[in-house]
Design a protein around this ligand. Structure first.
Ligand code: SF4
Ligand code: SF4
Ligand code: SF4
Length: 326
C-alpha cells in the first residue's frame, strides 16, 4: 500500500474528514452495526472490533464511559498492605491515583494514545484508543497457572478477580504488557500470601456483562464519532480491508500475535505510528508481533498448565464458596 497523499493546503482534520466521507460507504454497506443487536448467540463466531483511527478526536468520552461502566469491578484494597512476600515484590498501588487516564492501570482499562506524524511534509495528529487486543489465541489465558483467565466463546478474554492471585504471569506473556496489578486485594490475602503475587491483575473485559445482555460495550456506545464498530470477526476483517483499500490505509491486529479481535485501520503505516507514540509502562506499542503461542515451548507450557490451572481454579472456587458460607 502507498503512503496517503496530503496536499499542503488542507488541514489534517479536513484531510481526515474528506477521507472519512469518501470511505463512509464501506462501513455502511457491510451490515455491521455499531449497536449490534445479535451479540449473544449461543454458537457464534468470535466478535471483533474495528477501530477507525481517522475518526478519533481524542475526546476521552470512551475512557470515562469505561470507568463508569466498570467501576463496580475495580479493586478496593485493604490497607495497610501485608508485608510483601518475597520482599522484592514491589507494591503496586493505584488506589490513590484513580484519576490517571494517560495509561493503563487497574482503574483505567482504556486510554488514548497520541501520535504526531509527518506525511508528505504535512504534520497530522492522530489519537488512538488503546486497551487489551483480545487475542484470538491469548497467551494470558493459556499460560495463567491458576486458571484465573478465561476466553469466552465470543472471543473476549477476561480475568476472574475472585481467582487471580496477582502473580502477573499474564502480563509477562502478553505481547503488549496489558494487565495491571493492584496490591492488597484478592484471594492471596487469605490463601497463599507466601507464594502468590500480592494482588489481582486487571484489564479490559470487553464489557462481557453488557455483551451478555445484548448491549454493546460502553466505549463503543458513547463515542460521538463512531470510531469503533463491533461484529463477527470475518465481517469486521472484510470491512477493514475495504476501508484500507479505499483510503490507501493500513491494518493492525489481523495477524499480530496470530490474530486478535481488535482490528485498527490507519491512514499512516503502523511502524510510523509506533515511532510517534509514547510507549512504556501501561502504554502499549504498535510493533509487529509474532504468534507467541506458535512457539513450541509456550505450547508445551500451556499443555502442562491446563490441567493444573483447572484444579487450581476449582480449589479457588471451593475456597470462595466456603468463605461465603461462613
Ligand atoms: S470517544 Fe471516540 S472520538 Fe472520543 S476518544 Fe474515544 S474513540 Fe476517540
Ligand atoms: S492483549 Fe495481552 S491481555 Fe489482551 S488477550 Fe492478548 S495477551 Fe491477553
Ligand atoms: S470494552 Fe468495556 S471494559 Fe473494554 S475498554 Fe471498552 S468500555 Fe472498557
Amino acid at each position: 500500500m502507498t503512503t496517503p497523499k496530503i496536499t499542503s493546503n488542507i488541514s489534517r482534520r479536513a484531510f481526515l474528514k474528506g477521507s472519512i466521507t469518501a470511505a463512509g460507504s464501506v462501513v455502511a454497506t457491510t451490515g455491521i452495526a455499531r449497536a449490534a443487536t445479535s451479540l449473544t448467540h449461543e454458537k457464534q463466531e468470535p466478535l471483533a472490533t474495528l477501530i477507525d483511527i481517522r475518526k478519533c478526536i481524542g475526546c476521552e468520552e470512551c475512557v470515562y464511559a469505561c470507568q463508569a461502566a466498570n467501576a463496580e469491578k475495580y479493586p478496593e484494597p485493604e490497607k495497610p498492605f501485608p508485608k510483601m512476600v518475597p520482599p522484592r515484590v514491589p507494591v503496586e498501588d493505584w488506589s490513590e491515583k484513580r484519576e490517571v487516564t494517560d495509561r493503563l492501570t487497574p482503574y483505567n482499562w482504556l486510554f488514548i494514545q497520541t501520535a504526531s506524524v509527518t506525511v508528505n511534509g504535512e504534520q497530522i495528529d492522530l489519537t488512538i484508543p488503546r486497551r487489551c487486543m483480545h487475542c484470538a489465541n491469548p497467551p494470558c489465558v493459556k499460560l495463567c497457572p491458576w486458571g484465573a483467565l478465561k476466553q469466552e466463546e465470543n472471543g473476549l478474554s477476561r480475568i476472574d478477580s475472585d481467582l487471580c492471585l496477582g502473580g502477573s504471569k499474564c502480563k509477562k506473556v502478553c505481547p503488549w504488557d496489558v494487565p495491571q496489578r493492584q496490591t492488597g486485594v484478592g484471594l492471596y490475602l487469605d490463601l497463599l500470601p507466601a507464594l502468590a503475587g500480592n494482588g489481582v491483575m486487571y484489564k479490559c473485559d470487553r464489557c462481557y456483562n453488557r455483551l451478555e445482555k445484548g448491549e454493546v460495550p460502553a466505549c463503543i456506545e458513547v463515542c460521538p464519532e463512531n470510531v469503533q464498530t463491533i461484529g463477527p470477526r470475518s465481517e469486521i476483517l472484510k470491512t477493514a480491508h475495504a476501508l484500507a483499500r479505499e483510503i490507501n490505509g493500513y491494518i493492525y491486529g489481523e495477524h499480530e500475535n496470530g490474530g486478535t479481535h481488535t482490528i485498527y485501520v490507519s491512514p499512516v503505516p503502523f511502524d510510523q505510528l509506533n515511532q510517534a507514540i509514547e510507549t512504556g509502562k501501561g502504554k502499549p506499542h504498535l510493533n509487529k508481533v509474532k504468534n507467541m503461542m506458535a512457539d513450541g515451548t509456550q505450547l508445551a507450557k500451556a499443555m502442562l498448565i491446563a490441567p493444573l490451572a483447572g484444579i487450581a481454579a476449582l480449589v479457588g472456587k471451593f475456597y470462595l464458596s466456603t468463605k461465603e458460607d461462613k
